[in-house]
Write a protein that binds this ligand. Structure first.
Ligand code: FES
Ligand SMILES: [Fe+2]
Length: 378
C-alpha cells in the first residue's frame, strides 16, 4: 500500500485553507460533553474550522453559536466551560436562545435599532448541533461559509455504524482522571495517523503500551471512520476484567478498542474500565492542539468498591497517559521535520491499513467539495 495524501498537504498554507473549507467547515465536529451542559445556562466553548464557537443550554435546549458579539465583536465566552446568561462582557448585551440580543443597555441611543427586525438582524451566527449519547457535535450551518455540500446529512448518518458503539461508550463515562492540552509541532494528520497504527508500539512505547501486548489486525471500516479491536495481555485483561465486574461498570469490553471519528477525534477503551478521548485541532499547517481526556468508567457498585477501583486506576492511568503522549509527541514532531525533505513516496504495511483508509477518506472528502482545486501529488 502507498500513501495517498500528497506530502505538500502536511505543510502548505493552501492545503490547510482547503481543509478548513472542505473538511472542518463541512463535517460534524465533536464539541464536548453533555455532562458539562446539563444545567440551564451551562456553556462550553470549542472551535469549528478555526472559528470560535460556543454551546449553551437555554432552558434545557442546547444551541451552538459563533462566539463573537454582534456589537463590536468581543469574544463572548473566554472560558472552556462555565455557567451564566449569554451576556457580553464588554457592554453587557444579553442574547436569547435564538441568538438575538434581547437586552441592550441604552438601546434608544442606537439610531439603527428602532425596531425588532433591526435587532433580529444582529442575531449570532447559528451552528447545527446534535448529540450522540453524551457527546455534543456541531457543524457549520447552511449560512456559514463552509461548502456545505452535504447539508442534509444528520449526525447519525455521518457516524453510521460508529453511532451505536460511540453512544454506549459515552454513556459509560465516569470521573475524568487525566486531561492534557499540548501543542504539537506537527500537522494534525501526522498525529491522527500515528494513532491509527500499532506498528510503532514496540519501539516507541516500550514501557507503556508494549507490555499490554495488544495484537492482531481486526480492523473495521465504516465509511470515513474505522476501529481496531485487539486482545490484551492475559493477566492485565483478567485483572481489569475483575475490577470491571466488581465495580459493576456498565460497558465491559474484551480487550482494547480504538475508534477514529473522521477526521480528527479518536476514542479508545481498555476493557471498558477507562475511556480516552483525543481531539487533534489544526492550529496552523505545522501545529496541532491536542486535547486528551481520560475517564474512568461509571460504576454502580457501592462507595467502598468505587473507592478501591479509583485508587487502583486513577494515578496509574494519568501517569500512563502522560508518558504515552510524550512518546507520541516526539515521533510525530520527527515525522513533521522529515516530511519536507522526503524525495520518494512512502510505503504502508498491512498493519497500517487504517492509515491507508484515512488517506482514502481524506482524498475523497477533499475532492467532493473542492473538485475545482484538486490536490496534486508532490
Ligand atoms: S462588544 Fe459585546 S456588547 Fe459591546
Ligand atoms: Fe503511539
Amino acid at each position: 500500500m502507498r500513501p495517498l495524501i500528497p506530502r505538500s498537504a502536511y505543510f502548505e498554507d493552501e492545503a490547510f485553507r482547503m481543509e478548513r473549507q472542505s473538511l472542518f467547515g463541512r463535517l460534524w465536529q465533536f464539541a464536548g460533553f453533555a455532562t458539562d451542559l446539563a444545567a440551564p445556562n451551562d456553556f462550553i466553548t470549542t472551535e469549528v474550522a478555526g472559528r470560535a464557537v460556543l454551546v449553551q443550554n437555554f432552558d434545557g435546549e442546547l444551541r451552538g453559536f459563533a462566539n463573537v458579539c454582534s456589537h463590536r465583536f468581543s469574544r463572548l465566552r473566554c472560558e472552556a466551560k462555565g455557567n451564566g446568561k449569554l451576556r457580553c462582557g464588554y457592554h453587557g448585551w444579553i442574547y436569547n436562545a435564538e441568538g438575538i440580543p434581547y437586552s441592550i443597555p441604552s438601546r434608544p441611543r442606537f439610531d439603527a435599532l428602532k425596531d425588532r427586525a433591526e435587532v433580529a438582524r444582529l442575531a449570532l451566527r447559528r451552528y447545527d448541533l446534535d448529540v450522540c449519547g453524551g457527546l455534543v457535535f456541531v457543524r457549520e450551518g447552511a449560512e456559514g461559509e463552509g461548502d456545505s455540500s452535504v447539508p442534509g446529512e444528520s449526525l447519525r448518518e455521518f457516524l453510521g455504524a460508529s453511532f451505536a458503539p460511540l453512544e454506549q461508550m459515552s454513556l459509560a463515562l465516569g470521573t475524568p482522571v487525566s486531561r492534557l492540552d499540548v501543542l504539537l509541532r506537527c500537522n494534525w494528520k501526522v498525529a491522527v495517523e500515528n494513532g491509527l497504527e500499532a506498528y510503532h508500539v514496540g519501539f516507541v512505547h516500550e514501557e507503556t503500551f508494549k507490555p499490554l501486548e495488544m495484537s492482531g489486525m481486526d480492523f473495521r471500516f465504516d465509511g470515513l471512520h474505522s476501529s481496531w479491536h485487539a486482545p490484551v495481555e492475559a493477566s492485565t485483561a483478567s485483572r481489569l476484567g475483575r475490577l470491571v465486574k466488581a465495580s459493576r461498570m456498565p460497558h465491559p469490553v474484551p480487550g482494547y478498542v480504538h475508534q477514529l471519528i473522521f477526521p480528527n477525534v479518536t476514542v479508545s477503551t481498555l476493557c471498558g474500565a477507562t475511556f480516552g478521548f483525543q481531539v487533534l485541532r489544526p492550529v496552523s499547517p505545522v501545529e496541532t492542539q491536542l486535547t486528551s481526556i481520560v475517564f474512568l468508567s461509571r460504576m454502580k457498585a457501592d462507595a467502598g468498591v468505587q473507592e478501591m477501583v479509583h485508587s487502583a486506576l486513577t494515578e496509574s492511568t494519568a501517569v500512563f497517559t502522560e508518558k504515552v503522549t510524550h512518546e507520541d509527541r516526539v515521533v510525530c514532531e520527527a515525522v513533521q521535520l522529515g516530511l519536507r525533505d522526503a524525495t520518494q513516496p512512502g510505503i504502508l504495511s498491512e498493519e497500517e491499513e487504517r492509515v491507508h483508509r484515512f488517506h482514502a477518506a481524506y482524498m475523497e472528502q477533499m475532492s467532493t467539495s473542492a473538485a475545482s482545486h484538486p490536490l496534486t501529488h508532490a
